[in-house]
Write a protein that binds this ligand. Structure first.
Ligand code: KIV
Ligand code: ZN
Length: 386
């Protein structure tokens, strides 16, 4: 039977850490409602102790949605107390607490020892668990942690009551096959691992966040931590739309999510607009060029059968249609197609004549638009609009 992957969206926490992208509580509520309609399972709503604004956001999001709402904390009593208070109205509240697990974090960030951080993490999980919410533990910088120590930590926090254990590649350092092996190692060495859900949380510093997340899911992780448009600290987090569409496209993986993929493009635009953060045009799934074809060879093949060059139907992600962009790299097939859409039916000699004129315009302009084509057609004797 196909395995369900829980989608944990951290657009409003890790995503919102992008400089200049801070949102008001009202804007967060608008996005959270859309994420619920999109089918995400849990929303990470903020880090309540970090500011009154983040506290208020967790309170308001808890009231606004019925899906899981998660609040981030350090392994500190005051953080957990404040998070528990902020989650009071949540229908399904979760406290996300944790501590560093790599030697570099333990020594140079906490000035501590493996034994002490382990003890602190276990204490934080027990303390959070007593508040009555779901508890997720993050082993920060797990991507660079000593594996045997990481396994010891995961086993101890599960024994303390963690429902979910997050194995973050905080610095985006891992290679996909090695991150996958890390998750596999935990499944093979942590005795109580089946009592918790293992979660993957990857950063994109080397452009491998999506590949690493997939490697972790294939190795057995049951939750993916993602953001809309892949926004997040530094080079960003794993993109929700990429994970959802990889899982949907590769049926052979035998995985599924609850994501309503037809809503992806709309949510992407909403987040981009409210955060004033444009989506790069070549971004997979939701970028402006994700379904645009511009070279002559591709356009010809696409017009014969869209599956020659598209593995996703644009309507499956809410993009109204594919586009044929007319540039100096376009061929006669694309030009004819565009003219036909405008109501012209050029004969072969008419098309040849138009194509020469088209190339001259295309060399001067980046894109040739419909107005340019109408002008060209008007200057072609005998060619009439039907
Ligand atoms: O990247 C990371 O390690 C995090 C944790 C706080 C979960 O964002
Ligand atoms: Zn992160």
């Amino acid at each position: 039977m196909s395995r369900k992957i829980e989608i944990f969206d951290t657009t409003l926490r890790d995503g919102e850490q992008v400089p200049g992208c801070q949102l008001s509580t009202e804007e967060k509520v608008v996005i959270a409602r859309e994420l619920e309609l999109l089918g995400v399972d849990v929303i990470e709503a903020g880090f309540p102790i970090s500011s009154p604004g983040d506290f208020l956001s967790v309170v308001e999001l808890s009231k606004a949605v019925s899906i899981g709402v998660c609040a981030l904390t350090r392994s500190k009593k005051e953080d957990i107390d404040v998070a528990a208070e902020a989650l009071h109205h949540a229908k399904r509240g979760r406290i996300h607490t944790g501590i560093g697990s790599s030697d570099i974090h333990i020594k140079t960030k906490f000035n501590s020892s493996r034994e002490k951080v382990l003890e602190q993490g276990v204490w934080a999980v027990s303390y959070a668990k007593a508040k009555g919410y779901e508890v997720e533990f993050f082993a920060e910088d797990a991507g660079r942690a000593d594996l045997a120590f990481l396994a010891q930590m995961v086993e101890a926090v599960i024994a303390a009551g963690a429902d979910v254990v997050n194995i973050p590649d905080t610095t985006g350092y891992c290679l996909p096959h090695l991150y996958g092996k890390r998750i596999q190692y935990l499944f093979e060495h942590v005795k109580n691992i089946h009592k918790a859900t293992i979660s993957v949380h990857c950063h994109n510093d080397l452009g491998m966040a999506t590949a690493n997340t997939m490697a972790g899911l294939i190795a057995g992780a049951g939750q993916a931590e993602v953001t809309i448009n892949g926004i997040g600290e530094r080079a960003g987090n794993t993109s929700l739309e990429e994970i959802a569409m990889i899982i949907r496209t590769h049926k052979d993986l035998d995985l599924h999510t609850n994501i309503v993929s037809e809503r992806l493009y709309g949510v992407s635009n909403l987040v981009s607009d409210l955060m004033r953060m444009p989506v790069q045009p070549n971004k997979a799934i939701v970028g402006a060029n994700a379904f645009a074809h511009s070279s002559g060879i591709h356009q010809d093949g696409f017009l014969k059968n869209s599956e020659n060059y598209e593995i996703i139907n644009p309507s499956d992600v809410g993009v109204p249609t594919s586009s044929i962009v007319l540039t100096a790299r376009s061929g006669r097939a694309a030009l004819k197609h565009r003219l036909e859409l405008l109501g012209y039916q050029p004969s072969k000699p008419e098309l040849d004549q138009l194509y020469e004129a088209f190339l001259t315009v295309a060399d001067e302009k980046k894109n040739v638009n419909d107005d340019d084509l109408m002008t060209l057609a008007a200057n072609t004797p005998l060619l009439v609009q039907k």
